[in-house]
Design a binder for this molecule. Structure first.
Ligand code: ATP
Length: 218
C-alpha cells in the first residue's frame, strides 16, 4: 500500500441530516497535509458535467468542509486519509469522488468501497446512484444477508462500483465473480470501525487480490 499523501483531520459537529441544505460547518477546525487545496465550489473541482448535474440535482449547492479538502486529492489519484465526525458529508464525498473516477464505457468493476455494516454499504450505493444518475454509473451493494445468486447475477451483468461488507466481497472475489483486474480505487469507509469489528484479515485478503497500482482512500 502506498503511503498516505493527503489527509484532512477535523473535530466536527453533525451536519443538517438531509441533502439540499448547505452544511453549516464553516467554523470547524481542520488539519490538512501540506499541498491540500481548499476548493469552495463543486464547479471549481473539475468534476464531469453529467456528475455535476447529479450533485446539484440531489440538492447539494456547495461542498461541505471535508468535501472541500478531500475530493480533489481523491480524484487526482492521491492516496488519502480523511477523518471527520459523523454527518459532515463523508459518505457523499466518497460517492461523488468515486463517480468522478469511473469510466462508464468500461464495463468492469473500477472502484471498491468496503464498509463495516450492511446499512452503510447500502447507503453509499444509494447516494452514488443518486449523484451518478445522469452518468449511468452502475453500482452494486455486495453485502452479507442478501441472496448470493442475486450478487452473482448482478456482478456478471457488469457493474462499475461495488460497495460492500468485507466478508461478502471477499467471498465474491474468491469465487471469481467479482473481477478485480480493473479496480483502481479502494475506499475503506470507517476503517477504524472495520478494524475494531475484526475485519482486518478479510480486508487484507481482499487487498491481496487487487492490482498493485491501486489508489487507497481511508
Ligand atoms: N455538500 C452538501 N450540501 C448539502 N448537504 C449535504 C452535503 N454533503 C452531505 N450532505 C447531507 O448531509 C448529511 C450527512 O452527509 P453524509 O451522510 O455524506 O455524511 P457522513 O459524514 O458520512 O455521515 P454519517 O457518518 O452520519 O453517515 C446527508 O443528509 C447528506 O445528504
Amino acid at each position: 500500500m502506498a503511503a498516505a499523501a493527503g489527509g484532512a483531520t477535523t473535530s466536527t459537529r453533525r451536519g443538517p441530516g438531509g441533502g439540499g441544505r448547505p452544511m453549516d460547518d464553516e467554523n470547524l477546525t481542520f488539519e490538512t497535509s501540506a499541498g491540500v487545496e481548499v476548493v469552495g465550489s463543486f464547479d471549481a473541482m473539475g468534476i464531469r458535467e453529467d456528475l455535476l448535474r447529479g450533485i446539484y440535482g440531489y440538492g447539494f449547492e456547495k461542498p461541505s468542509a471535508i468535501q472541500q479538502r478531500a475530493v480533489i486529492p481523491i480524484i487526482t489519484g492521491r492516496d488519502v486519509i480523511a477523518q471527520a465526525q459523523s454527518g459532515t458529508g463523508k459518505t457523499s464525498m466518497i460517492s461523488l469522488s468515486v463517480c468522478q473516477v469511473i469510466e462508464t464505457n468500461v464495463h468492469e468493476v473500477q472502484a471498491l468501497i468496503l464498509s463495516p455494516t450492511r446499512e452503510l454499504a447500502t447507503q453509499t450505493e444509494r447516494v452514488m446512484q443518486a449523484v451518478g444518475n445522469f452518468m449511468s454509473v452502475s453500482v452494486h451493494a455486495c453485502v452479507g444477508g442478501k441472496s448470493i445468486g442475486e450478487d452473482i447475477r448482478k456482478l456478471e451483468s457488469g457493474v462499475h462500483v461495488v460497495s460492500g461488507t468485507p466478508g461478502r466481497v471477499c467471498d465474491m472475489i474468491k469465487r471469481r465473480t467479482l473481477r478485480t483486474r480493473a479496480i483502481k480505487l479502494l475506499v475503506l469507509d470507517e476503517a477504524d470501525e472495520m478494524l475494531s469489528r475484526g475485519f482486518k484479515d478479510q480486508i487484507y485478503d481482499v487487498y491481496r487480490y487487487l492490482p498493485p497500482e491501486l489508489q487507497v482512500r481511508l
